[in-house]
Design a binder for this molecule. Structure first.
Ligand code: NDP
Length: 247
């Protein structure tokens, strides 16, 4: 077990990539802090992982709640800190910019950018003091490309990639490694977060249909596991993972 004795905080652990990553890290021996808004799902996952011998702490919190995230940081610090942060929580209520769905833009910015920063802020000083830590930010293939209707979403993911690379450079002196993971299409609940009816239907049909050979959350969890189990002198800075069939 490569992560025995380590503790990891996974945000957005109630479904999809976060849930699969929590399972993968636990299978390698890590103890966990798991967070998301849906507490019932976190409870189920915690029960499952505790049955395998892992210690699991639940932190039901909205990542866009700055004070709530600070409180999670205090809780984590009181328990000795975390070795790994998987900054995964995200949302994708996309629509053409002409539609002016400003509330949805703000939700993406608050969750995908501010939420990522709040989680970093909650653990970073502790990692720097201990001179070791690993922060994994989940951006997207949309951190490199743009798509019509996904301007704000792609903007948030470009921001996460830029923040990740900056943090990687700043973290060298503190022994804190940073990895930016950029998934292509993964079969999860993410398209359900699209509020615009026509866009949701089109995205579900054209990108996330049953017949699509998309990635599974476990594929991304495996990539994350690879990054966080490298020796201390190796920083896996970026991982771009697409379904083989995705252009
Ligand atoms: P899911 O919808 O399955 O998971 C999203 C997770 O984020 C859930 O656990 C959800 O929990 C949590 N979350 C959403 N908003 C908030 C919030 N405000 N506060 C706290 N938690 C929140 O989608 P994925 O697993 O696919 O998404 C995980 C990450 O991967 C996201 O950052 C997404 O952008 C990224 N990604 C996904 C791709 C895909 O094709 N699926 C492709 C590229 C990147 P809850 O609702 O309980 O709070």
């Amino acid at each position: 077990m490569k992560l025995l004795g380590k503790t990891a905080w996974v945000t957005g652990a109630s479904s999809g990539i976060g849930q699969a990553t929590a399972r993968a890290l636990a299978a390698e021996g890590a103890n966990l802090v798991i967070s998301a808004r849906r507490e019932d799902r976190l409870q189920q996952l915690a029960d499952e992982l505790r049955a395998t011998g892992r210690e699991v702490c639940i932190a039901p919190v909205d990542v866009s709640d700055r004070q709530g995230m600070q409180q999670v940081g205090v809780l984590i610090a009181a328990q000795g800190g975390v070795d790994i942060l998987i900054n995964n929580a995200g949302t994708m209520p996309i629509s053409p910019i002409i539609n002016g769905r400003v509330d949805e833009w703000e939700q993406m910015i608050d969750t995908n950018i501010k939420g990522v920063l709040y989680a970093i802020h909650a653990v970073y000083s502790g990692m720097a003091e201990r001179k070791q830590g690993h922060i994994v930010n989940i951006s997207s293939v949309a951190a490199r490309l743009t798509y019509p209707s996904a301007g704000v979403y792609a903007g948030t993911k470009h921001a996460v990639r830029a923040i990740s690379d900056t943090l990687r450079k700043e973290g060298i002196r503190y022994g804190v490694r940073v990895t930016d993971v950029q998934p292509g299409a993964v079969s999860t609940e993410l398209p359900d977060s699209i509020v615009h009816d026509k866009i949701r239907a089109a995205v579900k049909e054209n990108m996330y249909g049953e017949e699509m050979a998309n990635l599974k959350p476990e594929d991304i969890a495996n990539a994350i596991l690879y990054a966080v189990t490298q020796p201390a002198h190796v920083d896996v800075s970026e991982l771009l993972i697409r379904p083989t069939v995705q252009e």
